[in-house]
Structures are given as C-alpha cells and as structure tokens.
Design a protein around this ligand. Structure first.
Ligand code: ADP
Ligand code: MG
Length: 689
C-alpha cells in the first residue's frame, strides 16, 4: 500500500510539481491506511453530480489548483451541499472564480461529521531534520500557537508526551461530555512519522484540520510538499576520545615564558595543576619554559605526543596542524581564535585545517576554545589561569570557553567538576561526540552543557536520550531569537521556530533545559550532591513561618505536595515540639530552631514512607552551627536542600555546607523547582527503563 503513496508522489514530481493538491495528498494518506474524507476529482458539472450521488451524503466542494494553497482564504471551499442543484451551482462558482489559476478541477468529498479539530504536521528543521507537530486546531493553533513538536522518528512514548504536552490537553480528555480517541491519534502520529522516514523527500505536511472523535478520526484537509531528499546521516564512526581526556603527553605550541600571554597561562595551568604526563613547550625562541625543556617545533620533539594544543595566530594554524599530523600527534586542540566566528576569511582557514586533519585521520577540538580540564588526571588546558580544583563528578561541555573556565574561580568553591570540555567552533569534534565521551567517564555523574547550536543533528537526540537514562544532562541553550526565518508554504513550518524545536528535542531526549547559568549550576549542585526524590511528598522544616508557607506554595506550584507523616511519627514529632509549635508540615520552630532539633526532626521524616525529600530553611547568621549536624544524618537515600535567605552574606558558611554535600539555595522557589525537576527526571527514567 505504501508503494501506492510513492507512485502518487512520483507522478506529481514527473509533472514538474512539488506541491500535492488535496486529492493527491489524501490519496497518499489513504494508501498508508490513514482515514480521510477522500476527495473525488470532478472536471465537469455532471461529474460533480455523479460523485455527489455516489457519496449519498452532504458534500464539501473545493478548488483544486496547484496555485491555490489556502483554499478557504481564497473563497474556494463550499460546505454542506445537500442536493444536485447546490452541487452544480458550487461547481460553476468555483470555475468562475478560479479558471485562471491553472485549475485542475473541483474536489467533491463527504462532509465530515463535526469532531474536535486538531492539526498534525511536518516541517523540516535546519538542525534536526524532519519534525512532527501536533496541536488543537482553530484558535488554539492560530492564536495561541499551542502545539508540540518532536524530531522524527518518534516513539510511542514521544507520541504520548506530544499529546500530553499541549496546554489544551484537557480538551482531549473530555469536554462537555465529549472525549477523544487518544489511541487512534497516537497511531496517526506514528504513521506520519513512519511515512516521513520512508520518504526522505517529504519536506512539509499539513493535515489541517483532522476531526477527532470519541472513536477514530478523519483527515478533512491535507497538503504535502516535497523537496530535496534529505541526505542520510553518515554512519558516524564511533570516536574513541579517551586519550584526549587522559593523555600521557601534551605539547603546547605557542607556550610562552612571558606572564600575561595566553601561551604562558595555558602552560602554567598544566604545570601548576601538576599534570602527571610529559609536557613539551614548543617555542622557537625559548630554551625552557617554567623550567621544562622547550623545543623549537613539534617535529623536534623526540617522543610521541598524544595531544597538541595550538595557540599560534589563526593564519599559521593550517601549517602547524599539518606538522602535528605528520609527527603522529593523535589529538589537536586549537585554542587560538580568529576563525569562522569572524567571517568568511576565518572560515576558509578552518576548512583548510579540517581538510588536513581529515586527510591524516587526526581529530581536532576547537578552534576558538579553551581546551579541556580533567581534574581526575590533573590536567588544566584553560586559556585563563585557574586556581586549585577539587576532583568532582560534574561534567561541563561548553561551546564558549569563558562560559566554562572563566566562571570557575567562584564555582570551584561550591561545586566540584570532573571534566570541563570547551568545544568552540566545533570544526571537527562536535558537542555530541564530546557529550558521548564525557558521559562514558566513570567519574562523571551529571553533565551540564552550554550550547549555542547543535551540529550533531538527529544523532544528538539519540545519544542524549540514551545517556539521560543513566546520567542527567542539564542544558543552557542560548540564541533563542529566531533570525532569518524563511517564507514557508505550510502552517506547520511557520510554527516550527528554532527555539521551540530545541525545547522539543531536549524533552524528547530527557534533557533538563535550564533557564540561565544560575539555574544550570544550581541544578548541577543539587543533582551532583544529592539523590533523586522518589516520591512527591516534601517535608519542610523552617525557622520562619513565612518562608515555610512560601515553600509550601512553591512545591505545590511545581507539582509536588506536602508529605503527611504516619500517626506514630506524628506522635514522636509532637513530643519534640515546643508548646507554641503546632504545624506538622511545615514544622516551624521559629527562632528557637537549632541544629539538634532539626536533626531529630529530619530523623523522624526519614522514617516516613510519605517523605520523598526535605527542605530546611536555615538562619544565615548561624548557618555554621548546622553543618556538622546535617552532615551526620543518615538520610536513607532521601535528598535535602537548604534554603538560606541572604546566603550571599554568609558565603564562608555556605561553602562549608556545600562541601558537606548539602546544596544551599536562596529562595524556597529555587529549592522547590530543583526538587521537582529531580523528581520528574527520576520518574521519567524509571518509566523508560
Ligand atoms: P484550507 O485549509 O485550504 O483553507 P480546508 O479544506 O481546510 O481549506 O477547508 C476549510 C475548512 O472547511 C476546514 O477547516 C473545515 O472546517 C471545513 N471543511 C473542509 N472540508 C470539509 C469536509 N469534508 N467536511 C467538513 N468540513 C470541512
Ligand atoms: Mg485546511
């Protein structure tokens, strides 16, 4: 049957068109087993009447012309025609109004009985390829743009979440006694996804509207637009980047003995962090740098080099890259800037470098990056000077160097990174390659990413989806404004904004999208230090009633709830509470709150099967006094986050608390947001397992 669909499309292409008119589009859909009203083609009044009689129902008649894309806007749709006279009149009017539009004829089709209007569509995204769209029709899509997207192909759970994700979702479940056949809708989404996978030249589709019924659906209008066949993604060779992250030897080309120069910074970082492998400073004018013997050029180095870091000016890089390749260097990290980010001239140099590296099969990171930090092998390649770092379990992949290493000065005091990889212009090794490599590292438990673009395309989704089942990924994606939107024929394509697609793709892969830096690193702190909540109930302990109330509101806003202690635990808690404390959750100890009572209260909460997580609101002025007590509790796998108003004025104690493994946030809203994100992530992972 699918062969029939191809045949219709090939005929359209053979006639020099790429736009399938309604009757052709519906023929394609029918042959895939998708239900439509059908659309008979009438070329004369008599043919129209004959079709009407054969349908034995009121009919709709519509203009069929390759030049009329939006038929009703042009006045080319006549509805509810109930007798032969009306059919003849409609036929004559359409001919009269559209005779000079390359008219093919008039379609005659059954009037579909009214149902819930939805839209299903396909657009082509520049980064991820074909995407599927779903939404409620009419004002929901026109005005509210309440639609959801997923990259094609979709899975059944994608179809489910696409449906659940739209704001008007409740309308599908039941509204004024009507409900919709969700199973049939899911099936339709999956069929369209399959169809697009099997036909790489389908570039846009609109099924708009589809009428959805308590049982089944019918496609009322359809258009399909063909384009250049999508290139099959090249089966990418799996990159083994292990030695890029754990090299035994590093050459720094452009290392310098002059403080202030970038070549000095990079080399000093390697030396001061005590990189255990062999270092080769390359500088034609120096005998040694930081007391380490220098070589005039990479070819003069007497032993094999795993990683060469290049810091020479952009124009010189192709020659240096070639020399590195000839000497058997395995990985090249180009930290110099002045390439594609500056324009065409820089782009040309990049391509030259890429051609050379490809020719030798050498993998290249950057250019315009700040190298790699791997605290677990004491390797810091950053362009900026970096102070002592702890060895942690957070991975950070950043497109921009400054946004990673540049923020370390403060961050390193409250969170420990394992690997920080900057990827710059992603000339060769892209974000997906790095993500895959970092995720495989056993020292890493959570991955943050700062991205401005994605080069890996669909592979990014497939790789990330797999990773998030084991290790959470938090992404901050910038560049949200939609520049250079081109004119498109389908409704779906006009709605498929770049940022919507990114959000959809992140959801599809289980990636947590952060709002800003503070959010990303806050989540990373919470996730790297604490287990995931495995139930919705939250137990709140506070010294300030107001902050307790705010926290209770915030957890509710985030889809969590206050936990309810079992009666025997309530009894235990009552014995602990001073007379003036009445609430059981939030428990408000007022200013008499101290470390001992908080500890005892948490220990009661730990026993409750309804407590999934803890929020403790602590006084900034005595934060220090809580550190040891909170550290000593056996939480039995339940997470805790501290909320400290004014924490920025008690930084020394915040650092102590964070070092004890307890994340500190400023507001109850931030805490509730983090716990809810962690809870939902955990729930998703469990459901996908
Ligand atoms: P276009 O989108 O090109 O303007 P449509 O074929 O979608 O034209 O028709 C416009 C509207 O007319 C539809 O949204 C639907 O409400 C109604 N309509 C069209 N065809 C039928 C049909 N066969 N049965 C019931 N209603 C229809
Ligand atoms: Mg339509």
């Amino acid at each position: 049957m699918a062969g029939q669909a191809r045949k219709v499309m090939d005929q359209v292409l053979a006639s020099g068109r790429t736009y399938l008119m309604e009757h052709e589009s519906k023929a394609v859909l029918e042959s895939l087993g998708i239900y439509t009203t059908g659309a008979g083609l009438a070329r004369s009044e008599d043919e129209a009447v004959k079709l009407f009689q054969s349908l034995a129902s009121p009919v709709a008649m519509k203009v069929l012309s390759p030049e009329v894309v939006h038929k009703s806007d042009a006045g080319g749709v006549k509805l509810n025609l109930e007798d032969a006279d009306a059919v003849r009149r409609a036929y004559r009017e359409i001919i009269r109004d559209f005779h000079d539009t390359g008219l093919v004829g008039v379609s005659v089709q059954k009037m579909a009985r009214p149902g819930l209007e939805i839209i299903v569509g396909v657009a082509n995204d520049a980064t991820f390829g074909p995407v599927l769209m779903f939404g409620l029709g009419g004002v929901f899509v026109e005005v509210l743009k309440d639609v959801s997207f997923r990259s094609i192909p979709i899975t059944e759970s994608d179809a489910q979440s696409m449906i659940e994700e739209i704001k008007g979702h409740a309308l599908l479940e039941g509204y004024r006694g009507h409900s919709a056949d969700i199973a049939a809708l899911k099936q339709l989404l999956l069929q369209i996804s399959d169809f697009v996978m099997n036909n790489p030249d389908v570039s846009e589709m609109d099924l708009n509207p589809v009428f959805l019924y308590p049982e089944g659906y019918t496609v009322v209008d359809a258009r399909i637009i063909l384009g250049e066949p999508r290139a099959e993604a090249p089966a990418s060779a799996r990159l083994d980047l292990h030695d890029l992250f754990y090299p035994k030897s590093i050459a720094v080309i452009g290392a310098s003995g002059t403080p202030g120069k970038l070549g000095w910074n990079v080399f000093t970082n390697l030396v001061s962090h005590k990189f255990p492998g062999v270092l080769y400073p390359i500088n034609p004018k120096a005998k040694d740098i930081c007391g380490i013997k220098a070589y005039p050029r990479i070819s003069a180095v007497p032993a094999p080099v795993d990683v060469a870091i290049i810091l020479v000016s952009a124009g010189m890089t192709p020659d240096v890259v070639e020399e590195c390749c000839k000497c058997g260097v395995r990985f090249i990290v180009v930290e110099s800037a002045g390439f594609a980010e500056l324009g065409a001239e820089g782009k040309k140099i990049e391509l030259e470098m890429k051609e050379i590296a490809d020719r030798y099969g050498v993998r290249l990171l950057g250019p315009n990056c700040s190298g790699i930090i791997n605290t677990h092998c004491s390797m810091v390649q950053s362009i900026g000077l970096v102070d002592a770092l702890g060895k942690g379990n957070i991975g950070l992949v950043s497109q921009a160097g400054v946004c990673a290493a540049g923020m370390l000065w403060g961050l390193r005091l409250i969170m420990d990174f394992g690997i920080i990889a900057t990827i710059g212009n992603k000339l060769d090794i892209n974000e997906t390659d790095i993500l895959e490599a970092v995720s495989k590292d056993e020292n890493i438990d959570v991955i943050c990413m700062y991205l401005e673009s994605v080069k890996g395309g669909r592979r990014f989704i497939d790789v990330a989806r797999q990773i998030t089942l084991e290790k959470p990924i938090v992404v901050l994606k910038s560049g949200r404004t939609d520049a250079g939107k081109k004119a498109v024929a389908s409704h779906t394509a006009s709605l498929a904004g770049n940022d919507q697609i990114f959000s959809a793709v992140f959801r599809q892969s289980g990636i947590i999208r952060a709002r800003d830096y503070e959010h990303m690193f806050g989540l990373a702190r919470a996730i790297s230090k604490q287990p995931f909540p495995d139930r919705e109930g939250v137990f709140i302990i506070t010294y300030a009633g107001s902050l307790g109330v705010i926290a209770a509101d915030a957890i509710t806003d985030n889809g969590m709830r206050l936990s309810e202690l079992e009666p025997h635990l309530k009894e235990r808690l009552k014995r602990l509470l001073p007379d003036y404390v009445c609430g059981m959750n939030p428990v408000d100890y007022t200013f008499s709150q101290d470390a001992d009572i908080v500890k005892k209260t948490i220990e009661i909460g730990v026993e409750s099967s309804d407590v999934g997580s803890f929020i403790v609101v602590l006084q900034a002025e005595i934060l220090d006094s809580y550190v040891d007590a909170l550290k000593s509790i056996d939480y039995k796998g339940k997470p805790i986050i501290a909320c400290v108003a004014g924490k920025e004025f008690a930084m020394q104690d915040v650092i102590k608390m964070e070092s004890a493994g307890i994340p500190v946030f400023s507001t109850p809203e931030e805490v509730a947001d983090a716990l809810a994100i962690m809870y939902r992530h955990n729930k998703r992972v469990k459901s996908e397992m």
